[in-house]
Design a protein around this ligand. Structure first.
Ligand code: ZN
Length: 175
């Protein structure tokens, strides 16, 4: 759950009417992923991130938001997520020193393993019961997703609630 949300949260509102994207530059990508800034890999991670956000938008029934132009239909998003997860076929090996131990092994390279790890985290989250608590923050301009932790939680964080109240007040005008 944490990784899926963290991955989706690599893009957010920049506070000035645009999007701030942690993965927009090779340096940002390296800092976030801890992987070599291979441009082809960065593009694939970006595509996977938008696919995951498209599925989050579908699950949380997010309305029109600032990132909507980047989203894709559910079938395409599913194909991208599943293809990324399938890149690392895994098998088991029995190792026996003191005790018999099961180890998962694969022959993937680091890039495919990164894609598969991110995709698998998204799949496990979206297929879990936690998905029912996924919310798209309704504050003006916010594009974050969050897990509703208690019944009265409306916003991804308190500052979004404050901003929404100020905005409502502003639009209502002085009464
Ligand atoms: Zn928010």
């Amino acid at each position: 759950m944490a990784l899926a949300l963290e991955f989706a949260g690599t893009v957010r509102h920049d506070g000035h009417g645009g999007l701030a994207d942690d993965l927009a530059t090779p340096e940002g990508f390296t800092a976030w992923a801890g992987a070599e800034a291979d441009e082809a890999l960065r593009q694939r991670v970006l595509e996977l991130r938008w696919a995951v956000r498209s599925l989050f938008a579908h699950a949380a029934q997010a309305g029109e938001r600032m990132d909507t132009p980047h989203l894709m239909d559910v079938d395409r998003a599913l194909a991208i997520v599943n293809e990324a997860a399938e890149r690392v076929p895994r098998t088991v090996r029995l190792e026996w020193d003191d005790q018999p131990r099961l180890r998962y092994v694969d022959s993937a390279d680091a890039g495919d393993r990164l894609l598969a790890t991110l995709a698998t985290a998204a799949i496990e989250f979206l297929a879990s019961g936690e998905r029912a608590e996924l919310r798209a923050c309704p504050a003006p301009r916010c594009i974050r997703y969050f897990i509703k932790a208690h019944p009265r939680q409306e916003w991804c964080k308190p500052s979004c609630g404050n901003r929404a109240r100020v905005s409502r007040h502003y639009h209502r005008g002085r009464e």
